[in-house]
Ligand binder design. Sequence first.
Ligand code: GUN
Length: 291
Amino acid sequence: MTATVIDGKAFAAKVREQVAVHVTTLKDKHGITPGLAVVLVGEDPASQVYVRSKGKMTVEVGMNSYEHKLDADTSEADLLAVVDKLNKDPAVHGILVQLPLPKHLDSDLVINSIDPAKDVDGFHISNVGLLGTGQKSMVPCTPLGSLMMLRDHLGSLSGLNAVVLGRSNIVGKPMAQLLLNDSCTVTIAHSRTKDLADVVRRADIVVAAVGRPQMVPGDWIKPGATVIDVGINRIDAPDLGEGKTRLVGDVDYASCAEVAGAITPVPGGVGPMTIACLLANTVTACCRANG
Ligand code: GUN
């Protein structure tokens, strides 16, 4: 079998088009322009790339983008003051504090200082609780984008065996919660899971979010399964020339694509959906704030 490639880039472009339509309506009918504020502390190169890309796409769909770049040695009190100001700013409907934060800052404290109604990442403890109890919440962007692709490809997910590899607060846990809310039978596997290959082989849906390059080989995949690869890892690629690198996911794409029914590529799979969902969450926050 050769897997269908789930084109996250094309799907994300469609989501952004829909967001842009909503933004136009909010502007024309209600005189409101949704605004997204992104706070970046320090100079982590990968974070800088993400933040630039978020800002560009925010503007492209017609929303206001506010960027707050703070020095790596910013104190917790100063960062909390920035968040507080954004919480109170009526032009700001969504707030994202880029993670990871420098080590001297308490990420949980900072994230939980964001107004939950503006928490477009869905990381605030009250949004986590709302999602966990199946109530209306802000839903974390990477799991939301992954779920949208799964639903689009499979239709109903009810009764399917889903294995989520990775138990992070950002991806693994909320992903498992969303799959459970869609009536999947969910297993969260992680670094201590026994007989991991056998656990993954039972899955109709595999979501890999471990941050280990090409960790899942094709012979772990049940024939016909749907594979969502959340990993974005940069590895050396001597075949491309000396000093060259390439991006790969958490699954070994070539061997998994031979067995799976469908698979997301890296790049061009989950990544673009994450930003599209961030924009969609900002419109949702704006609509809720304005009744
Ligand atoms: N760092 C990596 N992914 C994310 C994300 O989805 N949100 C935030 N705030 N930081 C991140």
